[in-house]
Design a protein around this ligand. Sequence first.
Ligand code: 5AD
Ligand code: SF4
Length: 468
Amino acid sequence: MGKKVYIESYGCQMNVSDSEVVASILAKQGYEAVDRAEEADLILLNTCSVREKAEQTVLNRINEMNRLKANNKDLKVGVLGCMAERMRENLLVEKKVVDLVAGPDAYRSLPHLLDEVGTGQRAVNVLLSREETYGEIVPVRLNSNGVTAFVTIMRGCDNMCAFCVVPFTRGRERSRDPYTIVEECAKLVADGYKEVTLLGQNVNSYRWNVDAKGNLKDPSRPVVDFADLLEMVALACPSLRIRYSTSHPKDMTDKVLEVMARHDNICKYIHLPVQSGSSKVLKDMNRGYTREWYLERVASIRRHMPDCALSTDIISGFCGETEEDHRATLSLMEEVGYDMAFMFKYSERPKTLAARRMEDDVPEEVKSRRLTEIIDLQRENSAKLMARYVGQVQEVLIEGVSKRSAGQMQGRNTQNAMVIVPRYGSAVAPGRRGLMPGDRVQVRITASTAGSLQGEPLIPSGPIPAEA
Ligand code: 5AD
Ligand code: SF4
């Protein structure tokens, strides 16, 4: 009987992608990935440290998982990812609550760590690497809809934003070989996937074939930057929709915008975290840009792609944030008009610049009130911007059955807006199949809310295959 592993991912898309690398490494050891913890011999939680609440959620989950040991004495529980380094003392040494701890750069050592665990020891590897990119590992797709997939293009982060724990949990920035990236994308196309999201903590600083000093590593090959990579993937996989995340505004070049504008298969959507609308707070956050500079980047995006959607991340109540700073964030939101935003209260993280040098001085209730104002404004903006699609015809890539009703399908337009359509629309003739995951359809948008669009599919130009 083969062994079974259950992997649960927390935090960002990067963790989802890493879990697929882990599944691939473990598959070679005879582990089959299962989607129920109760069936597993090995449970791995791929964890996030970005805010204190994320860590608390995982700690509760570890306790739940350990309770399953009562029914299965051979069950092992391990912690992967960003909490590994921070928690190894706590989890392994002091409390002995998990069997295994592996940091984001230590997944190749999992077979070895599992051997140790097999002999009754507790195993740990939280070493960070300057080189590891898992470049040639072909991920095993987990919980896949068969339509959209993530491909990691770089790891780590060198930015040192004052609030952010990532440089400490994921280490130095390094870029993956672009030829392995293109290969992975081509394989996804061959496997029937229709959309890929290129992932990294700061994809815009992707740079391959240069060393830390900026010298060429392999003279027989070119230097590849993010714009080059995007274009390579767009050209190699013309039928694939391409997205990417996350961008850092300070590294968002016109060259990238030109490539995006040039290729229809690169989606017109950019996630551009601003964090704050106040230049003073941005300076304290060590973000490397001002409000004016950010707005100029947004203007450049609009010049290159007038219909490009924008989303952002915003933190309320960072150290020293005044009412005036907060109002600057609200006014920047008005000025930019984000289609979508992820909004957070500042949460102090150990080791960060802010934790070491600044006082977490905005009272909790003020953080909360400011966050509510930000969320309310965003809801208004989202509703207004989504309404602009009503009456338009949009190309939608169907991802699967709608969460709300089995009679409806959901997908996204190029701007990443969720579109809900009837599975059997009036355009579908009787006896023909309804919409399927992976279909691309022209949809007339009939209604909108702040979170999604509703539409009616138009008759596709080609014949619809009869239902099998
Ligand atoms: N507190 C609150 N939010 C944070 N983020 C990162 N670190 C913190 C923190 N310490 C947010 C940022 C980032 C997103 C992934 O999480 O907005 O862009
Ligand atoms: Fe969380 Fe950041 Fe780690 Fe992603 S990189 S899992 S967001 S701490």
